[in-house]
Design a protein around this ligand. Structure first.
Ligand code: GRF
Length: 224
């Protein structure tokens, strides 16, 4: 069966990109990365793509007079590579509704919180500040409003007494690296589909090697 052609948009270190590269390295994985685009020439993720032999290019927002021009250039590159699904992986530019609508239900993002809590930046510090007991990450289809859209999956990470934003970010990142490949797998297999602004997941629980526990043990804090 043909693998789903994916484009990954990055701005920086690209550890989630790496998780997707590693998952796609398995010939049985139902998706392949056709193109990595970065809006920053010095993004380390570009190096990761090159090392994996994946086509990578820079489309710098600074080279365009306005956002639609920048996004049209990205569209052109994605379409030329035959991309069918776009994954945002630490892409730090807000996209216009024009771009988001052109990729409607074909554009996903990973966010380091349990949405709809803690949209935006500095999620870990804000979660600690709010004294919430659990945070995590969310993979969702993208809609024009920032960090909104039908949720594909979430992973829960407890917040420890000893956590600062860095230690928490490190643990959430581990969950991200499991979650993004799994979400991509579910979409590529046609098992995760948007129906009426919710994601319906069909089929039996996946057992692929990229699979985290999709249904973590319920955690009670404080313990009952
Ligand atoms: C991740 O925490 C992701 O959830 C957020 O930006 C960060 C990107 O990290 N959107 P990386 O570039 O994938 O390492």
């Amino acid at each position: 069966m043909a693998r789903l052609k994916v484009g990954v948009l990055i701005s920086g270190r690209g550890s989630n990109l790496q998780a997707l590269i590693d998952a796609c390295a398995d010939p049985d994985f139902p998706a392949e990365i056709a193109l990595v685009l970065s809006n920053k020439a010095d993004a380390y993720g570009l190096e990761r793509a090159r090392r994996a032999g994946i086509p990578a290019a820079v489309v710098s927002h600074r080279d365009y007079a306005d956002k639609p021009g920048f996004e049209a250039a990205m569209d052109e590159a994605l379409n030329a590579a035959g991309v069918e699904l776009v994954c945002l992986a630490g892409f730090m530019r807000l996209l216009t509704s024009g771009f988001v609508e052109r990729w409607h239900d074909k554009l996903i993002n990973i966010h380091p919180s349990l949405l709809p809590a803690f949209k935006g930046l500095d999620t870990h510090a804000r979660a600690i500040e709010a004294s919430v007991r659990f945070t995590g990450c969310t993979v969702h289809f993208v809609r024009p409003a920032m960090d909104e859209g039908p949720i594909v999956l979430q992973a829960v990470v407890p917040i420890l007494e000893s956590d600062d934003s860095h230690s928490l970010a490190d643990r959430v990142l581990v969950a991200e690296h499991r979650s993004y490949p799994l979400a991509l797998k579910l979409i590529a297999e046609g098992r995760a589909r948007v129906e009426g602004e919710r994601v319906a997941i069909s089929g039996s629980p996946t057992t692929a090697s990229t699979t985290p526990s999709t249904a973590p043990e319920p955690l009670l804090n404080p313990p009952a």
